[in-house]
Design a protein around this ligand. Structure first.
Ligand SMILES: Cc1ncc(COP(=O)(O)O)c(C=O)c1O
Length: 391
């Protein structure tokens, strides 16, 4: 008999599982693990949002919405974007409501890529970009951001990687996992490189509400000449503590949104209806909840940063999102080895930096979307571990 052929497409066979998943599979098997691993707010979804969900169910508003999303929600998103990034997006044809920013990443790439097109991705960064580019038929081209540059993207690095096949740039700021942000001057310089070129920017702004030290998030869409070539992605998961509601959105020039709706209507139909009604409430009345969460994240950020520095780990000061990315070079271990040993010896789960790009090797990602109590216990354990394993 001939050997049984795999039913799985070669492209998918070649795709690795996320390096984050492996650790959480192990961590779930061990009792009493303290995790700083997951990028998920520990706060409850604001009550006003939950109340709106209950009301929506009571009213039996549980049918499909239009493909682009509820008109009332798109109107609120349009107002929110005007308020926050001072860009005008028409609720009629420039906004689509998606299943999280995750779907936004996927359909944005599928909408713009032809086979063989190159996409620039600064790394370390979120695990989904590379696989989504590959699944959309594109070729990921990594740009390594460096701690010396505060993990910001520089125009020189972009110029070095641009070819005549470059179709898009993913701009992942505030950044997961480094916590880096891009300020207006940084974006102006990048815009100078991109303005005259046919390159689409996919700006993942899911952490836009989480910036610290009086640094307001600036979107590249705000910069002169960039609105016309930028797809802004955002969502409710991080800012509003709504990860499980699976709701995000994209805003872009009308022709791009129209192409994204074409894909979305065939594969998704519409984002979850109850979540959409509830998100209207989030945008209308939850500013205060965001402020409270941001203040608390900031407190934890400072505690964690001091903790790492006090134990002798070099750590870049994050100004956005809710992650820290300390170097573990004093131990001489690889990121994987460090995380695995830390899990077995101290029952603390963190993410190997290498899971977020090859250049993340030698770092670990620790989320501070956990209680101060858990953060302090984890820091004590990591300190003991580092002391025991110093080179
Ligand atoms: C940078 C980044 N983009 C997108 C997402 C996906 O978010 P969502 O829950 O909206 O799909 C995440 C989730 O961790 C993320 O860190």
């Amino acid at each position: 008999m001939t050997e049984k052929k795999s039913f799985i497409a070669e492209k998918i066979q070649a795709l690795p599982y996320s390096g984050i998943r492996k650790f959480f599979d192990i961590a779930n098997e061990i009792e009493g693990v303290i995790s700083l691993g997951v990028g998920e707010p520990d706060f409850d979804t604001p009550w006003a949002v939950k109340e709106r969900a209950i009301y929506t169910l009571e009213k039996c508003r549980t049918v499909y919405t239009s493909n682009a999303g509820l008109l009332e929600l798109r109107k609120e998103i349009s107002k929110y974007l005007k308020r926050k990034i001072n860009c005008d997006y028409s609720y009629n044809n420039q906004i689509i409501v998606t299943v999280g920013a995750s779907e936004g990443i996927d359909i944005a790439l599928r909408a713009v890529l032809n086979p063989g097109d190159e996409v620039l991705i600064p790394e370390p960064s979120f695990v989904s970009y590379k696989p989504c580019i590959i699944m959309a038929g594109g070729i990921p081209v990594v740009i390594t951001t460096k701690v010396e540059d505060n993990f910001r993207l520089t125009p020189e690095e972009i110029l070095e990687k641009i070819t005549d096949k470059t179709k898009a740039l993913i701009l992942p700021y505030p950044n997961n996992p480094t916590g880096a942000i891009m300020e207006r001057e940084d974006l102006e310089k990048i815009a100078e490189v991109l303005r005259e070129r046919d390159i689409v920017v996919i700006s993942d702004e899911i952490y836009s509400e989480l910036t610290y030290g009086n640094k307001r998030h600036v979107s590249i869409a705000e910069i002169d000449g960039m609105y016309e070539k930028t797809i802004v992605l955002n969502g409710f998961s991080k800012s509003f503590a709504m990860t499980g509601w699976r709701l995000g959105y994209a805003a872009a020039p009308a022709d791009i949104i129209s192409a994204m709706i074409k894909i979305h209507q065939y594969i998704i139909m519409c984002a979850p209806t109850v979540s959409q009604y509830s998100a209207i409430e989030a945008l209308k009345s939850c500013n205060e909840s965001i402020d409270k969460m941001r203040k608390e994240y900031d407190r934890r950020r400072r505690v964690m940063l001091k903790g790492f520095r006090d134990m002798g780990l070099e750590c870049f000061e994050p100004l956005g999102a809710f992650y820290q990315f300390p170097s573990i070079s004093v131990t001489g271990m690889s990121s994987d080895e460090f995380c695995e040993k830390l899990l077995y010896e101290e029952k603390v789960a963190v993410v190997p930096g290498s899971a977020l790009g090859e250049c993340g090797e030698g770092f670990i990602r620790c989320s501070y979307a956990y209680s101060i109590k858990d953060i302090n216990i984890a820091l004590e354990k990591i300190e003991r571990f580092v002391k025991n394993h110093k080179k």
